[in-house]
Design a protein around this ligand. Sequence first.
Ligand code: XMP
Length: 319
Amino acid sequence: DWSMAAYKDQAIAAIRDQVGGGRVICGLSGGVDSSVAALLIHEAIGDQLTCILVDHGLMRKNEAAEVVAMFKEHYNIPLVHVDASETFISELEGEADPEKKRKTIGRLFIDVFEAEAKKLGGADFLAQGTLYPDVIESVSFTGGPSVTIKSHHNVGGLPERMNMKLVEPLRELFKDEVRKLGHELGLPDSFIGRHPFPGPGLAIRCPGGVTREKLRILQEADAIYLDEIRKAGLYDAIWQAFAVLLPVQTVGVMGDGRTYEFVCALRAVTSVDGMTADFYHYDMEFLGRAATRIINEVRGINRVVYDVTSKPPGTIEWE
Ligand code: XMP
């Protein structure tokens, strides 16, 4: 892609211009955006860059380990893996308000980045894979009044007291353009095709507030759901799919006993840029199969529902 190759060179020049001889740390989530940002910055400034993967305990099942392994095997970029799950989960426990959750997560990310920068002897810049839709959706919704829909965990600048400046080389791009840029940078297609995953992770898929137990239940259900999607060959046809654990218990029957357990909602959407989305039209056989497996294999869930809301009026995530 000629235009993306040209864009890449231009972006690299802009990063060199901004950063000079400074040190950069880059938050890596394992998603496409932060990975592309990291590769681009690494091409621009080499080992002035250190990547930091903050495991907040809110990732998908086994995700943190897989991401670290992928990066260590394929890339020669210094990567620090920080397990901050205790801090994140204990601060979030009992918090049900979606905006407070997002703000707490944003603040804790900054705390971890600051602490890690200190360990590295200081950093001048913090790099993030913020995209154009992240920037506009945090400010206002397309065509609507200027209200905050969701505080994107990594939009809104850094606290005053911080002496790191932001590097956001993807700030002008849409998702499909980031994927093209990733291709240009040599990211494997399997990686480029990964579904988006939000920075605040499973916290915003546990309405009513997280507990360690709920996170465990959600991780199990989500893993089974994604496994069924892959087995059915549907992964690439879907923009994003995930499970949500509702804070509602319902009555069920298992064998000859009564159960009283949580409801799991399944979500899947198609989209071009995440700004609008349609719910995915599964066939009922697929949904029945996924639901049966989740209820049989995950203790704590006895009912599964499918979300048929498009965006707008729904958002993709539930919080
Ligand atoms: P919504 O829920 O606003 O999501 O329709 C649109 C897309 O953005 C992702 N998303 C986020 N990504 N930090 C992120 O990195 C966030 O705070 C955040 N909130 C939503 C969401 O998963 C979807 O792909």
